[in-house]
Design a protein around this ligand. Sequence first.
Ligand code: ZN
Length: 251
Amino acid sequence: MSAEKRPLPEGTGVSDDGFTSHVIPVRHFFGTRSTPAGLHTHIQLGHIVSGPKEFPAIVSLKQIHSTRVVVIHTHRGLGALEQAEGDALVTNQPETLVVVRTADCVPVLLVEKARGVVAAIHAGWRGAVAGIVAETIRACVDEFGAKPEHMHLAIGPSIGPCCYEVDEQVLNPLRSRYPTWPGVLQETKEGKGVLDLKQLIYHQIRAGGVPDSQIGRVDHCTHCRDDLFYSYRREGQVNGTMCSGIILPAA
Ligand SMILES: [Zn+2]
């Protein structure tokens, strides 16, 4: 992968599937334009037709920038739920790869190993401001008895503050719903600001009770790194999406 030409963000690794975070103790990846190869193609088309052998079950959703969390309690086959709407998947099922697709929005992966729970979250500004991260943490707690203090979460590649100017449409709900957390928003001129979406999500995870040492991030900007990522804002249209996923090992 061409990422190896430049130093990786601290706490980040690279696997055949994409970037990884050192805080997550199970198999996971934040995909790039080119990885994971087989999976990428099939999910990008909106349907999961087949998948690599090592992923007997792959589940993804029709993402709608909501706070809707879909919980999977029983084994589901390949491509299950792909017409279901939502922006986070939670499961306690082993060998079930939960996947989200992004191209500037933030992919967030979660594991609570003691209870055997994983989650994948798609968080753009709408979902993040509305609270998709807190809803997902709550679903892990309510449905499976997971504990925030035992959770590990990694925040994946997304558009960075270097490239993300926002206007009142984003500023207003952000100001009214959250405290002025450090590093989240820099107001630049009347009605404009620069948003660090990863930082907002970091603070939301901390507010959910997860210890700082258990939160990782892959600090690449999808807009800056066109060698690695699709970017909706850079390209002005959806040319493709990156797949990010997490899977519990066989029980
Ligand atoms: Zn950038």
